[in-house]
Design a binder for this molecule. Sequence first.
Ligand code: DC
Length: 227
Amino acid sequence: MSDDTIPVLAVDGPGGSGKGTICRAVTDATGWHLLDSGAIYRALAVAAAHRAIDESDPDALAEVGRHLDVVFAPAATDDVRVWVDGDDVTRELRSETTGELASRVAAVPAAREALLERQRAFRKAPGLVADGRDMGTVVFPDAPVKVFLTASPEERARRRHKQLKEQGVDVSLASLLDEIAVRDERDRSRAVAPLVPADDAVELDTTGLSVEEVVGRVLKLLQERLS
Ligand code: DC
């Protein structure tokens, strides 16, 4: 059981809205733990793919989710490595193919249910920065501070392009823009835990803002809400 007196900063938003970068910086500044829930969905996608299981078999997918063997080390750094079933899948996890698969498995209610307690278990003292799509709505609805980050699709595609280029992956900006549109639509329109801001979330458009500016605003909010 997680301790619901421990503060959670829920950071939700679409891919490329800057959540990962912002959450890591806030984690560094606060000393709180980090939950990268997207990485858990990606790990499920990898584990399922290795077993030739997909969203067409929700029961089998949920079973993989319940027994998911995923290890992150070290936590909350830029170069966190990830093992699934004992294999280092760090590169595979970050690929566009895995992102697409993760978005598909994440639309399966039984798979989401299977990962719920695993995510809540990250809530440890002194606090948790939770990065995802449904942190403020489903996983930590009682989080005292909720932020919903957005950015224009063009800006998000540009950021993702830069990130992939740094990793030596060559993809066109136009194809990234298309992929983002497809994934957004699926994440927003799914029946369970769709990508929507919680009623009590503060929405922040990061288009044109620097990382420092966004981090500054989030830290200020945290200070105001927790004091
Ligand atoms: O944030 P990301 O790109 O690593 O997430 C990959 C996919 O996982 C994303 O398309 C939607 C899904 N996801 C989700 O449904 N709920 C979360 N809390 C996090 C990710």
